[in-house]
Design a protein around this ligand. Structure first.
Ligand SMILES: [Zn+2]
Length: 319
């Protein structure tokens, strides 16, 4: 009897031991799968935040998009950046992201083509760009550009093109670049498809009515962008152009600031962002222009700086 009870006890212990080890094994498997799934989720989010905020040090229009994109980056676990080597992480996730994005796109061949390096036509020159106008100070700006024989690119709003057709005509006659900046400064990645389409089309229509030429470049207001924005721009025959140097002129509204900023930051091969809707910008720029010319800078339109096809994005880091 004693023997039987002992063997029963041993059997019971064995069963408990097996159950315990099974439980431990299951727990281990669950923890492991939990980790990996968190990493997979964390990767694109992490890189997503980084990609958007990476045109860093940029305030102004970028700032808005950086703020808007902060929720995804903050929701990704901060530990993931500590545990793992950062560069590898973002690289891998970017590859993942671009691969999935590219395959899901209908315009696959165009997207692939757009991922090639851009052809710089005037690498030593600078492209001055003015957004949001035309406005009441644009005439004065055009006078100064004419005086110094300098070409710039204007990303205009359709509603103001309609309001100031004379200024648009003059830009065209004086061989400045004219780009599409939507009809009423809508953040294109935040709108529905129909709005996105009409905001761009109405503006291109307005520019074409005045100049006889449809714009081939567009700049998304606020820097708000995604694949849908680029695809719509491409469908309408335009490349998306952002900037390298953001003066943040709209923020400081100080001509002295604009003047100094331009003298300190203008660099060859770069696209500079300003807004001709502010008097302080126009004043500061007009003072800086002869100094920059004295320093040997040459200025071209975006079109002359880099060769871009519809659907392409420039500079590349904004993709
Ligand atoms: Zn704008």
């Amino acid at each position: 009897m004693k023997k039987k009870r002992r063997s029963q006890r041993i059997a019971l212990l064995l069963v408990i031991a097996i159950l315990l080890s099974l439980f431990v094994a299951i727990a281990m498997v669950m923890t492991m799968s939990g980790c990996s799934s968190r990493e997979i989720v964390g990767l694109p989010e992490d890189s997503g935040g980084k990609t958007v905020t990476s045109p860093a040090g940029m305030t102004g229009e970028t700032e808005v998009s950086a703020i808007r994109s902060s929720p995804p980056s903050s929701s990704s676990p901060p530990t993931s950046t500590l545990n793992t080597p950062k560069p590898t992480l973002s690289k891998t996730s970017k590859t993942l992201r671009t691969t999935t994005a590219a395959t899901s796109r209908q315009t696959e061949s165009r997207s692939r083509a757009s991922y090639g390096p851009p052809v710089m036509k005037a690498p030593g020159a600078v492209a001055l760009t003015f957004d949001d106008g035309p406005g009441q100070y644009t005439g004065e700006l055009l006078d100064a550009l004419k005086e110094y024989g300098v070409k710039a690119t204007f990303f205009v709003q359709g509603r103001f093109a309609e309001q100031y057709p004379g200024l648009i005509r003059r830009m065209h006659q004086e061989r400045h670049g004219i780009g599409n900046h939507t009809y009423s400064h809508r953040f294109l990645s935040e709108t529905d498809e129909a709005t996105r389409r009409s905001q761009l089309a109405r503006t291109s229509d307005a520019i074409e009515r005045i100049t006889g030429v449809r714009p081939r470049l567009m700049r998304p207001p606020g820097g708000y962008r995604n694949g849908a924005v680029f695809r719509e721009a491409g469908r309408q025959g335009m490349a998306a152009v952002f900037w390298d140097i953001d003066t943040a002129d709209w923020k400081y509204k100080d001509s002295q600031y604009v003047y100094h900023y331009l003298l300190n930051h203008t660099a060859a091969g770069k696209i500079i962002l300003m807004h001709d809707t502010h008097k302080t910008t126009v004043d500061g720029f007009i003072r800086a222009l002869p100094v920059l010319l004295d320093h040997g800078f040459t200025f071209v339109t975006v079109d002359e700086l880099v060769e871009l096809r519809p659907g392409e994005v420039y500079p590349l880091r904004w993709r």
